[in-house]
Design a binder for this molecule. Structure first.
Ligand code: FDA
Length: 311
């Protein structure tokens, strides 16, 4: 029954401040609370602890300080400082030097110049600490702006930065060609937002077909691409194509989200594929959490069971 809930419903619920307040109260309260299945914790210390466990299992990580859609330059500056502080802690802890961030967290909705200034601060700190910075891709009103900001910092000379392409967007092949020509590292995903049919495929079969087509171009012509999916069919298509084309296992990497398909994460890593886990942390976890529920409404059952257990 829960599987019948449309992604759209979660998108509406994600805007509910009452739900957000309730979730924030119970979701992270103790180690067994429901949000902890998908989010490593509210502090960078907790994220580092989660990263250590994953690294002991032979996996690599990217740490994401959750946050998005800030509406003032003060909030954007605060997020930028938090990223710099997080990098300092990661540096000291000695876990993987790889972070993911969203441009609306750094002020893309405030104005382009603020966002670029903040991104440059993060990239300067990242360069000093030998970090790689992945710019996550948000919903389609930001696609062109995100690529444009990336191109701007690339032209300035930053090379420790890459981004994400979503296979559900009709425009993605052109974007992949544009970024491949520059030598930018791309993470390929299906796409997590609710998008109108004019810009995005609506059927799973179309999104999957586009994913396979983009994966092939990336494996042939991309710069160390990341294939980020939990879908066994997409993984099988990738490993088969790589074998057929004699593409080395370490010429690309697989990525999955923290807490999802841990069995597959371990199995791919055992087979010798470089594997990275996206480890989200921070106080602003609610929108991220709701997107994960929207991808697999059966997760709602898991949340409800956890709540009953807590009671
Ligand atoms: P699909 O949704 O078809 O799911 C295939 C199978 O995977 C399901 O049957 C289930 O078994 C499992 N599964 C998928 N989602 C699950 C969940 N939430 N809980 C439990 N099981 C689940 N999106 C975006 O728009 N911008 C971005 O920057 C990123 N970044 C990103 C980084 C990384 C490392 C990953 C893995 C994903 C993203 N995404 C993203 C999210 C992505 O767009 C997509 O929404 C999810 O990965 C789900 O799609 P799948 O490819 O897993 O396939």
């Amino acid at each position: 029954m829960l599987d019948a809930l449309p992604k759209a419903a979660f998108s509406v619920l994600a805007g509910s401040s009452v739900l957000k307040r309730m979730a924030s109260r119970y979701g992270m309260r103790n180690p067994g609370s429901f949000a902890r299945r998908f989010i490593a914790g509210e502090s960078v210390t907790e994220a580092i602890a989660a990263a250590r466990i994953l690294e002991q299992q032979g996996l690599t990580v990217t740490l994401d300080l959750l946050g998005e859609s800030v509406s003032s330059s003060e909030e954007a500056a605060a997020a930028t400082r938090s990223y710099a502080d997080a990098m300092a802690e990661i540096d000291t802890a000695g876990v993987g030097r790889n972070i993911s961030l969203k441009l609306t967290q750094l002020g893309l909705e405030v104005d382009r110049a603020t966002c670029i200034d903040n991104l440059r601060r993060v990239l300067d700190r990242a360069t000093a600490g030998n970090f790689f910075v992945r710019i996550d891709m948000e919903n389609s009103p930001f696609t062109e702006q995100t690529l444009d900001v990336l191109e701007t910092v690339w032209q300035i000379g930053y090379r420790n930065v890459g981004t994400v392409i979503q296979s559900y967007l009709r425009r993605s092949m052109k974007d992949v060609e544009r970024l491949n020509a520059m030598g930018v590292r791309i993470r390929l995903v299906k796409g997590a937002y609710r998008e109108p049919r004019e810009v995005a495929y609506q059927q799973k079969a179309e999104v999957d077909a586009a994913f396979i087509e983009l994966m092939r171009v990336l494996l042939r012509q991309g710069t160390y691409p990341a294939i980020a999916t939990h879908d066994p069919a997409m993984i099988e298509a990738t490993t088969s194509f790589a074998t057929q084309e004699r593409i080395a296992k370490d010429a690309f990497e697989f990525q999955m989200l923290y807490g999802i398909r841990r069995d597959l994460q371990a199995s791919l890593s055992r087979q010798g594929y470089p594997f990275r886990v996206y480890v989200p942390f921070g106080k602003e976890w609610f929108p991220y959490f709701m997107r994960r529920l929207g991808e697999r409404p059966a997760n709602v059952g898991f949340v409800l069971r956890s709540l009953v257990r807590e009671k």
